[in-house]
Design a protein around this ligand. Structure first.
Ligand code: ADP
Length: 498
């Protein structure tokens, strides 16, 4: 049996123990499930436990929703400080659960925590309005009230940040929450909830329902059909988002959906190639290519296409060191599962069969440095970075989200050609990237690409300050920014005659 790192190497192992984090103090009657890499086992909760968590959240809502904005601000500030104090342990847990390099995990904790800080301040700004009416003896005022119990379902790629973006806003608004984390990464959410209780949030404000992949459907069904839950906030695949929306319709729940994307990364001929390569390294290879805003289709102008590909290959060879995320020096971890690795091979084979060239990586990649030379290329969960050239719209890696370290380079000839190409037959629109120094082109292309967010001359645009979300089948609603808290508030109009 594997050693249990939950008891080793952490300053505070109790952070990750299922105690106050969960609504169940004793779950010994449940069977357990193993968490990825067998870092531990957790009780495998089902519909019954989900219902209990919802009941608890519903009870807690009665009092928590009546706290003052200042009280909620204070609680969120304390939680923010505790997360910052425990950044090392939380980051180590993220690396263990998801495989990402420790440096990226430290960044995720800081990024995730920035939402708690942001929404602490937003508690004070959830104001209403007064509306003039035609009648002299009438006034209308609006107030904004918390929607109620929120069901939250999150993915494994950002085990901490995908939770804080939602829970920070929900708790700031005065809502209480029930969270179903991904089966691959439940410990990070348990640690966050433990810290929230230490900060003073009441029991029922945050309940974690850990569950294995086998029970996900029934837990999801309970969350989306239980009438005590007033809102579902989900981040994950478009396919699952559609299921949760359909299920939520039975009780007309509000929904926030942050779903898959197919981000274009566009490099015009006037761009600084070195800067564009730097941006692509972040936009493509961060988290081994497993983020919903990762560059998916890299459109490069034909006049700089070969130069750009060469520069990218050089940068990959010098900067990406694949290995165990906890080892110093490693800059790219494994993929989340053997299925994910298999998918990369399928995408490459499909592209090659339709005319693409493997320009870097895969079998021809003798150049690539692995941190541990005993890790054979493309075995286990590891997959080395690959550049494909001559990618075209018929290929699966163009049509679908790659979610792995394959850079798919597409050639284009003009702005008009690019705009025709980029939106056609693509039914999602989350993030996009644009490299050019022509201000007119920046405006035309930014406005023309059908997405919710664009980075111009940057490979990174996500922060607590900016509204995060998509158009088309990439989702509904926005997270972070001054708009984020509105997703958890209902407007009530009060018409007063006097
Ligand atoms: P990913 O590729 O990131 O795993 P998914 O959409 O499959 O994307 O998973 C995102 C989250 O949705 C995870 O927490 C997963 O357990 C959960 N999930 C998957 N299927 C369902 C379902 N039918 N009902 C509720 N949650 C689900």
């Amino acid at each position: 049996t594997s050693p249990n790192p939950l008891s080793e190497g952490f300053n505070d192992p109790s952070l990750f123990a299922l105690d106050s984090a969960s609504f169940l103090s004793s779950a010994s009657h449940l069977s357990s499930f193993e968490v990825l890499n067998v870092i531990g086992t957790l009780p495998d909760m089902q519909a019954n436990e989900t219902r209990q968590a919802i009941d608890l959240a519903s009870e807690a809502f009665e009092t928590y929703s009546k706290t003052t904005a200042r009280q909620r601000k204070e609680l969120l500030n304390r939680w923010h400080n505790l997360i910052a104090e425990n950044q090392n342990d939380l980051a180590r847990m993220i690396s263990l659960e998801s495989g990402k390099p420790l440096k990226e995990a430290m960044g995720e904790v800081a990024y995730g925590n920035s939402f708690i800080d942001w929404f602490a301040a937003e508690t004070l700004r959830a104001d209403g309005e007064t509306i003039p009416t035609l009648a002299a003896n009438q006034r209308i005022i609006t107030i904004r009230q918390p929607v109620g119990v929120v069901g939250i379902v999150t993915p494994w790629n950002f085990p901490t940040a995908m939770i804080t973006r939602k829970v920070g806003a929900a708790l700031a608004a005065g809502c209480t929450t029930v969270i179903k984390p991904a089966a691959e990464t439940p410990y990070s959410s348990i640690a966050l909830a433990n810290l929230a209780y230490r900060a003073g949030f009441p029991k029922g404000a945050i309940s974690i329902v850990p569950t294995s992949a086998a029970n996900v459907k029934e837990v999801g069904l309970e969350l989306t059909t239980n009438s005590k839950v007033k809102k579902i906030s989900f981040t994950g695949s478009t396919a699952v988002g559609k299921i949760l929306m359909a299920q939520s319709s039975s009780t007309v729940k509000k929904t926030s959906m942050e779903l898959g994307g197919n981000a274009p990364f566009v490099v015009f001929e006037d761009a600084n190639i070195a800067d564009a390569v730097t941006g692509l390294m972040v936009a493509k290879f961060r988290n081994s290519g497993q983020t919903c805003v990762c560059a998916n289709r890299v459109f490069v102008h034909s006049s700089i296409y070969d130069n750009f590909a060469n520069a990218l290959a050089e940068r990959i060879a010098s900067d990406l060191i694949v290995g165990n995320g906890l080892e110093p020096g490693v800059t790219m971890g494994p993929l989340i599962s053997p299925v994910a690795v298999e998918k990369m091979s399928v995408l490459i084979n499909d592209a090659v069969s339709k005319g693409a060239d493997v320009f870097y990586g895969n079998d021809s990649n003798s150049l690539h440095k692995n941190k541990d030379s005993s890790i054979p290329l493309n075995s286990g969960y590891f997959f080395n970075p690959v550049i494909l050239k001559n990618v075209t719209p018929e290929m699966e890696c163009y049509k679908n989200e790659i979610f792995g370290p394959i850079a798919a380079l597409v050639k284009f000839d003009s702005e008009e050609h690019l705009l025709n190409l980029v939106n056609s037959n693509i039914n999602v629109g989350l993030g996009g990237y644009l490299y050019t120094n022509d201000i007119g082109r920046i405006m035309r292309v930014s406005e023309g690409i059908e997405v919710g967010m664009i980075g111009v001359n940057t490979g990174l645009f996500s922060s607590e300050i900016s509204p995060f979300g998509g158009v088309k089948e990439s989702g509904i609603g926005r997270e972070g920014s001054k708009h984020g808290i509105s997703e958890y508030l209902n407007i009530k109009a009060i018409t007063i005659n006097y």
